[in-house]
Ligand binder design. Structure first.
Ligand code: KG4
Ligand code: ZN
Length: 342
């Protein structure tokens, strides 16, 4: 019997901590489903000056803000540390120095408060945003997890039981969005700005799609290179480019790849529920494309609200609760894992 069993019918508040990239976030969520408080301190404006995340700067900024961010989450929830049931923290994958700040803080906090410590995989976190958004959602289901660093099709057999059935062999979808956006002069992170521009344009460039025989794996580097080369060519020729149309072309190419692979995965697995997660799940074209797919295939599609697509700590607190339910506690020698399979 796990330590959480006798809490199943009472509120069990878990403090979630997330510092894997460029947001310092803390949240308190009851029983993996009900948000008591949430704080996200984004560093994005500082990194934007450099055109991308500067790892050393990220670590330093996490260190400066983590204590106040956690404090604010507790205050907003009207709880004291003693009221918490457990502390959950992202231990990987991510930037090692950034992860270390969250892991170090969570260990010290858990030790000082004598609370169980739970290690959360960042992608399991992204997925769990859906358990908070959709109170009745339960495994099994098929998940499409698309972020700045990952593009995974995952069969979620149970809470914490994952089978990765497709993944990118090169760039992640978010990475492709960001790199093309940068070449378009949209700044960092460009995915969201590209999405906004795409709404005003029409696709004019045909970008290549890569498919691997008998595989659900993705590849985005071919279309990324083709888009960047096209931009360079137009510039060399001195021809004007309508950024809205370029954005619409890129968005269409990336969304078509994600939707077609997801469709194949749904056929292959026979799953009737599709869950979408990660920063790219905020993309308007993808949301529409997957809703259309769900109508076509008569399946249910679930996605979190936009603010829970990108990095946050609500998702970490939720994933932590479900991991704790199955007795998966971490010890105080927990370390950051920059590379970590799901
Ligand atoms: O999940 P996330 O916040 O961080 C990682 O775990 O990587 O995802 C960030 C990624 C970035 O690549 C960002 O450009 C992308 O998600 N993103 C978007 C949109 N909003 C965020 N990409 C396309 N369209 C959007 N609306
Ligand atoms: Zn993320």
């Amino acid at each position: 019997m796990s330590r959480m069993d006798n809490w199943k019918n009472k509120p069990f508040p878990v403090l979630g901590i997330e510092t894997s990239c460029d947001e310092t976030a803390a949240a308190i969520v009851d029983n993996g489903r009900y948000v008591r408080s949430e704080v996200v301190w984004s560093q994005v404006r500082r990194h934007a000056e450099f055109g991308g995340v500067v790892p050393e700067l990220a670590s330093r900024m996490h260190l400066e803000s983590i204590a106040s961010v956690v404090d604010l989450a507790l205050k907003d929830a009207h709880l004291s540390p003693a009221d918490l049931g457990a502390v959950a923290v992202t231990h990987g994958p991510g930037l090692v120095g950034a992860l270390l700040v969250g892991v170090g803080f969570a260990k010290a906090f858990a030790y000082r408060q004598q609370k169980p410590l739970i290690a959360v995989h960042h992608l399991a976190g992204h997925l769990a945003a859906n358990y908070v958004e959709h109170e009745d959602l339960e495994p099994p289901f098929l998940a499409l997890i698309v972020s700045g660093a990952h593009s995974h099709l995952v069969l979620v057999e149970d809470y914490g039981t994952y089978r990765v059935i497709g993944r990118t062999r090169d760039d992640a979808a978010g990475e492709a969005f960001d790199k093309i956006a940068r070449a378009m002069g949209l700044g960092y992170p460009g995915g969201k700005r590209l999405d906004e521009l795409a709404k005003e344009g029409t696709p004019i460039i045909e970008l290549p799609q890569t498919v691997f025989p008998d595989s659900l794996d993705f590849s985005f580097s071919g279309m990324k290179t083709a888009a960047i080369n096209w931009l360079h060519r137009q510039k060399q020729r001195g021809e004007e480019v309508l950024l809205e149309d370029v954005a619409a072309s890129v968005q269409k190419a990336i969304v078509d790849a994600l939707v077609s692979h997801t469709e194949a995965a749904l056929y292959q697995t026979g799953s009737k529920t599709l869950v979408v997660a990660g920063g790219v799940a905020a993309n308007s074209g993808l949301r529409v494309g997957l809703k259309d797919l769900s109508e076509r295939m008569q399946i249910e599609v679930k996605m979190p609200r936009l603010s829970w697509c990108t990095d946050n700590a609500v998702m970490i607190a939720s994933a932590g609760y479900f991991a704790g339910l199955s007795g998966e506690y971490a010890s105080l020698d927990l370390n950051a894992r920059p590379v970590l399979a799901m």
